[in-house]
Write a protein that binds this ligand. Structure first.
Ligand SMILES: [Zn+2]
Ligand SMILES: [Zn+2]
Length: 132
């Protein structure tokens, strides 16, 4: 199975991280956003998958101190707030890409869902298509 992999990971001056992918895609991850998305055992409750980390507890000026590769599947980030167990699998990293293309794709999915729901309700009620 073909999987995209980061070909370039760059720490930027403002603390954000730029990731260039093997399929030509590129995304810039703001540091607090990436820190909040950490899926390690102390940030996500193992049994429920609930986020334990509170966004307001993340320093606004958080920085990645060290970024290293973990085998062929993930990167490890050591953060300036002392959190050093952050492992970001490539799959996860790509799925949380905050670039406009990925965000827009996410928005379209979010819009489409309630629209379909709405349509099925009006169909049952015997009305025409919902007004835009
Ligand atoms: Zn963590
Ligand atoms: Zn993207």
């Amino acid at each position: 199975m073909y999987k995209v992999q980061p070909v370039e990971i760059e720490k930027r001056g403002d603390g954000s991280i730029r990731v260039a992918w093997s399929d030509g895609h590129e995304g810039i991850y703001p540091a607090p956003y990436l820190r909040e998305s950490c899926h390690c055992a102390s940030c996500i409750e193992e049994w429920t998958g609930r986020k334990v980390i509170r966004p307001e507890a993340i320093p606004k000026d958080i920085r990645p101190l060290q970024i290293s590769a973990v085998g062929q599947y993930a990167i490890h980030i050591e953060w300036s707030d002392g959190h050093s167990t952050g492992i970001y699998a490539f799959d996860l990293l790509r799925s949380i890409c905050p670039c406009p293309v990925c965000v827009l794709a996410g928005i379209i999915v979010q819009i489409r869902k309630p629209f379909l729901h709405h349509k099925s309700i009006t169909a049952r009620a015997g009305h025409g298509p919902p007004p835009c």
